[in-house]
Design a protein around this ligand. Structure first.
Ligand code: NDP
Ligand code: PHD
Length: 290
């Protein structure tokens, strides 16, 4: 009998020295079929052993399998052994680098925002819209030149991820939502390391996180909306167009180390409303509790 764990898949991590990259390494350390083969970071870290350049912030020690790996520059030729890369790159550089890895026929799963608005890139929260992965063949075929294996898939903003899970469940139970009002209380871990200055966050609530509100409003529509097909035969993300959804988010940062909280108020197109609180421990996407 075939067991998936019999088939090892070599993976690389881009941005391996950062907060998200470290979390990837910790999560993959005892994975049954992903094996971390290559680590990438900036020229500042490249050429040195991982343990010497990383400012390790996880509770468990650096896994033995990666401690002594020499960090590579983020160029596809250093990841020739890999079929998949997970990216925790700084968004300022993720666009070009992830694009080059896709063009080199690697499967790229990114945490950065750079491709989330791309009309051919799925923005996936697995419990909600895994079916959006059906966009991948079109993404490959429209690439110039067309690709056989390369593609990019992104995950969502952490606050978006936490809220779309209950929103999708509510829509399944009670029909389309027509308006949604969210207030977030986001932990400082979401801002990475060193993150928010202590004098700004200690004994305070910071009432604004740059770009966060727009991301929550836009990403929610892409994730909860379906797929439509145009006259040209191309698939498109319909952005909840069949039953328009008005989103309004207000994002704040609170002096909590880990765990975002959000209060959410929704009104259903068919009448009725709901008010709930969602709390999740891991900004990279653990299950939400309502
Ligand atoms: N989707 C989600 O839930 C979340 C997504 N994010 C996103 O993930 C990404 C990483 O965040 P975070 O880990 O906090 O960031 P960090 O600043 O901690 O890490 C950034 C990483 O990018 C690398 N890097 C920076 N510049 C370059 C370059 N020119 N070439 C190659 N590598 C480079 C750094 O390497 P070096 O150490 O050598 O400088 C480091 O490994 C961001 O885009 C962030 O917005 C973050 C939190 C949650
Ligand atoms: N903005 C989130 C983390 C983050 O980096 O989001 P994004 O992946 O959308 O850039 C926070 O500060 O808690």
């Amino acid at each position: 009998m075939f067991h998936i764990s019999d088939r090892k898949i070599n993976v690389g991590i881009l941005g391996a020295t950062g907060t998200v990259g470290q979390r990837f390494i910790a999560l993959l350390a005892s994975h049954p079929y992903f094996v971390v083969r290559s680590l990438g970071a900036s020229e500042r870290s490249a050429g040195k052993p991982y343990s010497k350049v990383v400012n390790w912030k996880q509770t468990d020690p650096i896994p033995a399998a990666v401690r002594d790996l020499i960090v590579n520059p983020c160029a596809p030729e250093h990841f020739a052994d890999c079929t998949v890369v997970f990216s925790g790159l700084d968004a300022d550089v993720a666009g070009d680098i992830e694009g080059a890895f896709r063009a080199a026929e690697l499967a790229v799963f990114s945490n950065a925002k750079s491709y989330r608005r791309d009309p051919h890139v799925p923005l996936i929260v697995p419990l909600v819209n895994a079916y959006h992965l059906s966009m991948v063949p079109q993404q490959r075929s429209l690439h110039s030149p067309p690709l056989k294996k390369g593609f990019i898939v992104t995950n969502a903003n952490c606050s978006t991820t936490g809220v779309v899970i209950p929103l999708a469940a509510l829509e399944r139970a009670f029909g389309p939502i027509e308006s949604c009002l969210i207030t977030t209380m986001q932990a400082i871990s979401g801002a990475g390391y060193p993150g928010v200055p202590s004098l700004d966050i200690f004994d305070n609530v910071v009432p604004y996180i740059s770009g966060e509100e727009e991301k929550m409003e836009w990403e929610t529509l892409k994730i909860l909306g379906g797929l439509s097909e145009g006259d040209d035969g191309l698939k498109a993300f319909d952005m909840h167009a069949r039953t328009p959804l008005r989103m309004s988010a207000s994002c704040t940062r609170v002096p909590v180390l880990e765990g975002h909280t959000e209060t959410v108020s929704v009104r259903f197109a068919g009448g009725g409303s709901a008010l709930f609180v969602v709390q999740f421990d891991d900004p990279m996407g653990s299950a939400a509790e309502c």
